[in-house]
Design a protein around this ligand. Structure first.
Ligand code: MG
Length: 341
């Protein structure tokens, strides 16, 4: 028996009956032999961690653009926080931690530079529109690995595509809005548990808000510190989810209401705050300039093969904040000639 087969046996014994089992994966687009050591979702996780798109997350905006302060979240640290929250919940519910980890690590690979302002620009200029979750799937299917894709399992791809809620309902029973697996549901919820809490902390760090501004309901229901709030939300998911009753990952009503309140509060006082918006508007102009110039001067993209709008979207969406700024400078700011004395 191989190490992988032994691990699959352990998984089968330990996991909840409704958990997704690696051995029973719906498989990959292009069938592959199984690994001797790792189970299928472990392989997916490794492929994501080794991808270039994953490494670029460290220089992509979460909320604060290209932050100078070393303690602000980036898209990478957001991704890692989501992953750890999701793993904690999965382990407590006896669901598949490897699957949760792979989905969480891949969920934001399609994010543009400059956060949601970059996303808004590409959505406006691109004929097919743009959404980061759809782009995350495109990255793992068609962009990574020189266009070959990572050939991930169907469960991981489904979880990546359907992690998103935007301003829509956090809890839903609509099967079309939910991932196909319970593990995907965990990531979908962990994403918002992570971002509302760390964005609040970053807004405090940036002095956009002070502790006294935090809505009293948030302190009353979730706690006075970042640590307490995250802990209580995770506990609420674990205690409220009852898989014997229904296959849904849930939060208590009080926690859910408070989470909605906190999300709305952040939209109003942080994401749409004039100080934050002003930089976002500059970023939007910058990305729009890049779109325009590359549409005119296709050869400047350096893209191989036939130029298509999709490829330009992939190129721009894949840029880090820093790369986009440098590219814009090199294309729009006259460079001085070096003259030998
Ligand atoms: Mg996210």
């Amino acid at each position: 028996m191989t190490p992988r087969e032994r691990a699959e046996q352990r998984e089968d014994k330990f996991l909840h009956p409704m958990a997704t089992r690696s051995a029973a994966t719906r498989g990959r687009e292009r069938p592959e032999d199984r690994c001797t050591v790792r189970m299928e979702f472990q392989r997916d996780r490794d492929r994501i961690v080794h991808s270039k798109s994953f490494r670029r997350l460290s220089r992509k905006t979460q909320v604060f653009l290209n932050p100078d302060g070393d303690h602000y979240r980036t898209r990478m640290t957001h991704t890692l926080e989501v992953t750890q929250i999701a793993r904690t919940i999965a382990r407590a519910l006896h669901l598949n931690e490897d699957l949760v980890e792979a989905i969480a690590l891949g969920h934001d690979l399609g994010h543009t530079p400059f956060g949601h302002s970059g996303e808004a620009v590409l959505n406006k200029v691109s004929r097919n529109g743009f959404h980061h979750a759809v782009q995350s799937l495109r990255v793992v299917e068609h962009v990574e690995n020189s266009g070959e894709g990572l050939n991930l399992t169907e469960e991981v791809r489904d979880g990546i595509l359907r992690h998103t809620k935007g301003k829509g309902p956090i809890l839903t029973r609509n099967p079309d809005a939910l991932p196909a697996t319970l593990e995907g549901q965990i990531v979908r919820l962990s994403d918002i548990l992570a971002y509302v809490n760390h964005d609040l902390e970053d807004a405090l760090r940036a002095n956009l808000l002070s502790e006294a501004d935090i809505p009293p309901e948030v302190v009353r229901h979730l706690g006075a510190t970042h640590r307490e709030r995250i802990g209580n939300l995770i506990l609420s998911v674990i205690e409220t989810t009852d898989l014997e009753r229904e296959p849904l990952v849930l939060l208590s009503d009080a926690a859910h209401e408070t989470l909605v309140l906190l999300r709305n509060y952040l939209y109003e006082h942080c994401y749409d705050h004039p100080t934050v918006r002003v930089e976002f508007e500059k970023a939007e102009r910058l990305l729009r300039d890049l779109w325009t110039i590359f549409s005119e001067k296709r050869q400047w993209t350096g893209l191989e093969g036939e130029f298509t709008e999709e490829k330009l979207v992939d190129y721009l969406a894949g840029m880090t904040d820093r790369y986009a700024i440098r590219k814009w400078e090199s294309l729009f700011v006259p460079q001085s000639w070096f003259v030998k004395a």
